[in-house]
Write a protein that binds this ligand. Structure first.
Ligand SMILES: [Mg+2]
Length: 235
């Protein structure tokens, strides 16, 4: 149906950009300051998880529980935002994936395609990560871990905001979550939206993981805008 309007909700880390190690280092640094314990944080602790859940897991691994846990979470984020803002700007290991700039520009010019974010970052850290690449302008709406620490709750929040802001209605089958982990796929499927998996690392292994998680499409990198139109059934 050519009257369809499609909403693509993009994950950030590993999908649009590779943020480098700055954020992960900061989690370790600040948790060490708050708890006196150095808790390691590997990729498997973070990929696909939301920031508040990553933090909670680290604090629990440091033996922090109960009221102290909430207290530490409240203290963490203001320090995190301030240091991330400063250090991320200067970080040489962050990068935007090659195809992203042109793709978003082309998609944003499509009349029936709308763009948003669904990310495990807090809103403020999402903007800190996107701004150096000028990507924030493509995403007037989104849902963030600061809205809810449970990623599965985020896509409907983003859809609600998109419908309100643009005064359009999206059918479930025209809402697509685009992301690089099984958590992105799951948060689409549990809400009856559709999932586009991007397997940038580990090639076949990651592709089959995303497929087993139920991804409707899986690509090595973000596909062309023409491919996005095909996915959205707009050709
Ligand atoms: Mg990701």
């Amino acid at each position: 149906m050519n009257s369809n309007k499609a909403l693509f909700l993009f994950d950030i880390d590993g999908t649009l950009i590779s943020p480098g190690i700055t954020a992960r280092r900061l989690f370790v640094e600040i948790v060490t300051e708050l708890t006196g314990k150095k808790i390691p944080l590997e990729v498997q602790h973070v990929a696909g998880f939301t920031d508040p859940l990553i933090l909670k897991d680290m604090l629990q691994r440091a033996g922090i529980e109960g009221i102290e846990l909430n207290d530490a979470i409240d203290k963490f984020f203001p320090i995190y935002y301030e240091r991330l803002e400063e250090r991320y700007k200067a970080a040489a290991d962050k990068k935007i994936y090659d195809e992203v700039g042109n793709l978003l520009k082309e998609l944003s010019e499509e009349k029936n395609i709308y763009l948003g974010l669904v990310t495990g970052n807090m809103k403020r850290s999402a903007m800190i990560k996107l701004t150096p690449f000028g990507l924030e302008r493509f995403f007037p709406v989104g849902a963030f871990a600061s809205d809810d620490p449970d990623r599965d709750k985020l896509p409907p929040i983003a859809v609600g905001r998109a419908e309100k802001d643009w005064n359009v209605e999206f059918q479930n089958e025209n809402v697509f979550v685009v992301g690089d982990t099984i958590h992105d796929i799951r948060c689409a499927l549990v809400n009856n939206y559709r999932a586009v998996g991007i397997a940038r690392r580990d090639g076949d292994k990651e592709k089959s993981m995303l497929k087993s998680a139920g991804a409707d499409w899986v690509f090595d990198t973000l596909p062309s805008s023409a491919e996005f139109k095909t996915i959205a059934n707009l050709n």
